[in-house]
Design a protein around this ligand. Structure first.
Ligand SMILES: *[C@@H]1O[C@H](CO)[C@@H](O)[C@H](O)[C@H]1NC(C)=O
Ligand SMILES: *[C@@H]1O[C@H](CO)[C@@H](O)[C@H](O)[C@H]1NC(C)=O
Ligand SMILES: *[C@@H]1O[C@H](CO)[C@@H](O)[C@H](O)[C@H]1NC(C)=O
Ligand SMILES: *[C@@H]1O[C@H](CO)[C@@H](O)[C@H](O)[C@H]1NC(C)=O
Ligand SMILES: *[C@@H]1O[C@H](CO)[C@@H](O)[C@H](O)[C@H]1NC(C)=O
Ligand SMILES: *[C@@H]1O[C@H](CO)[C@@H](O)[C@H](O)[C@H]1NC(C)=O
Length: 421
């Protein structure tokens, strides 16, 4: 096991020997910065579901740019506000409005569940450094749910419609209502993969699945990632990260779940579950585990990242929608090894997002909190969490990934925050 890992390390290093890791300034610690406060004249000032992306695919030097957005309901159109920080999240300004106008038959309505991603390799006409924005567009007549994809080729200043990955019926979380929700994007194996929650398959109340594309325009078959034999149960809100042993972990909530120990869901109504597989395209073939600490079960809207800090296998960091605390695992996701630690003060939020910042040996994880779903006033905030234990090594810890776009090789999973071998 270890020797085969070593040979992988060696060949990966050889493949990129010409390229040094560019150093970037370490992120200064941010305790609690306001990304956005909705204007006083907005009738609905509630938001949630914050997401961000750190731009690092065009050989950038100096302080990186972070873009962030969250689901709000602006009164004057169907757009997501794209916020920008060039000081690691300490201060933010509005960069652009991404209008969801890619389907003329849809108008009015709301945009839910955004996700931001930067391409590290070309797909179709889109070059590395293109920023992708996906979300669920629900038109004003609430007749459909639409996982749409938009792109920016100018670092988030302007946006264009790319394609609709999946469309379904009216928004309705009842089993049997054929709608779609909650996209998550990940490039792997020369495909851009969009994971989402899918209620359209009559065999499952809701399942998690992905569709893949090589050009971002035509999308392949729906491939199941989490689909329970028990129709009733509702896996949802998937996120995916590569972890310290090179495997891939996805985490998600499970609605209408019953704890086999207590016979109820009282302690964890949407218990966080997770799977670990050799490839992020193979979650469908492995079983899952419950994210349980000595104090309880994580619940609802989990978001998972991995950082090389914290020990030989690095640390898996999971946030959820029910607790201020984070759940850490330094044993490659071993079910008995989850710890419940203070978030260091970021507040509870509906699906807070996490990202590992450059420098500090990978110890700085930025938390974005868009607020609690259903609240009538939300402050969208950013702050850092310092991962306990030793500093880590590699690009996720010390700087940007190698600037290797023209080398001809696009290693899958060779991206920000990925294991360095
Ligand atoms: C526009 O959206 C509707 C509703 O989801 C869908 O049925 C239709 O196919 C879409 N049209 C195009 C051109 O994508
Ligand atoms: C929890 O269990 C109860 C009783 O079975 C069920 O009615 C409820 O919908 C469940 N809640 C969630 C979020 O799974
Ligand atoms: C399916 O899941 C529901 C909700 O957790 C549970 O009440 C029911 O007993 C399960 N059915 C079977 C056949 O296990
Ligand atoms: C985490 O710790 C907090 C504070 O002790 C506790 O209230 C909460 O129930 C714990 N949650 C889990 C999932 O361990
Ligand atoms: C962050 O700062 C804002 C504005 O001062 C405050 O309302 C909010 O409660 C703070 N969040 C936390 C988690 O302390
Ligand atoms: C917003 O929520 C707060 C606290 O829940 C409540 O006091 C207030 O009346 C609400 N305002 C509106 C306009 O609904």
């Amino acid at each position: 096991m270890f020797s085969s890992l070593l040979s992988v390390v060696t060949s990966a290093l050889l493949a990129t020997t010409a390229v040094a890791w560019p150093n970037v300034p370490s992120a200064p610690f941010v305790q609690n910065a306001t990304v956005f406060s909705p204007p006083a004249n907005w009738p609905n000032k509630g938001g949630s579901y914050a997401r961000s992306v750190l731009l690092n695919q065009n050989c950038e030097k100096g302080n990186p740019t972070i873009l962030a957005t969250a689901a709000y309901q602006p009164p004057d159109g169907q757009y997501l506000i794209i916020h920008k920080s060039t000081d690691y999240g300490a201060t933010w300004s509005e960069l652009s409005k991404a209008y969801f106008n890619g389907n003329a038959s849809l108008s009015g309505g709301i945009i839910l569940q955004p996700f931001l991603y930067e391409l590290a390799q070309p797909f179709g006409k889109y070059q590395p450094g293109t920023i992708l924005l996906s979300a669920n567009y629900i038109p004003g007549d609430f007749s459909s749910t639409n996982i749409q994809l938009y792109a920016s080729t100018d670092k988030g200043a302007s946006w264009e419609y790319v394609s609709t990955v999946a469309a379904g019926g009216p928004p309705n979380t009842d089993n049997g209502a054929p709608c779609v929700w909650e996209p998550f994007l990940l490039a792997y194996s020369n495909q851009l993969n969009v994971y989402y929650s899918d209620q359209r398959d009559p065999a499952y109340g809701q399942k998690l699945a992905h569709q893949s594309s090589g050009d971002l325009v035509s999308w392949g078959d729906v491939i199941n990632d989490v689909a329970y034999a028990n129709y009733t149960q509702r896996p949802g809100m998937i996120t995916v990260a590569q972890i310290g042993n090179g495997k891939w972990m996805c985490s998600y909530e499970v609605g209408l779940w019953t704890d086999p120990v207590t016979g109820s869901n009282d302690s964890a109504p949407y218990a966080t579950h997770y799977k670990i597989a050799d490839s992020p395209l193979d979650f469908g073939s492995v079983g899952d585990s419950i994210l349980k600490t000595p104090e309880g079960i994580s619940s609802a809207g989990p978001y998972t990242v991995w950082t090389p800090a914290g020990g030989p296998s690095g640390t898996i960091v999971v946030s959820d929608s029910s607790y201020d605390q984070f759940f850490l695992n330094t044993q490659n996701g071993a079910p008995g090894a989850w710890k419940n630690v203070s978030s260091q003060g970021h507040g509870v939020g509906y699906t807070r997002s996490l990202s590992v910042l450059p420098g500090n040996g990978g110890k700085t994880v930025q938390v974005l909190n868009g607020g609690m779903y259903g609240s009538n006033m939300t402050l969208f905030s950013a702050g850092d969490f310092i991962v306990p234990g030793p500093a880590g090594h590699g690009p996720g810890a010390s700087g940007f990934p190698a600037c290797n776009h023209n080398s001809g090789g696009y290693g899958h999973g060779w991206g920000w925050g990925s294991p360095w071998w």
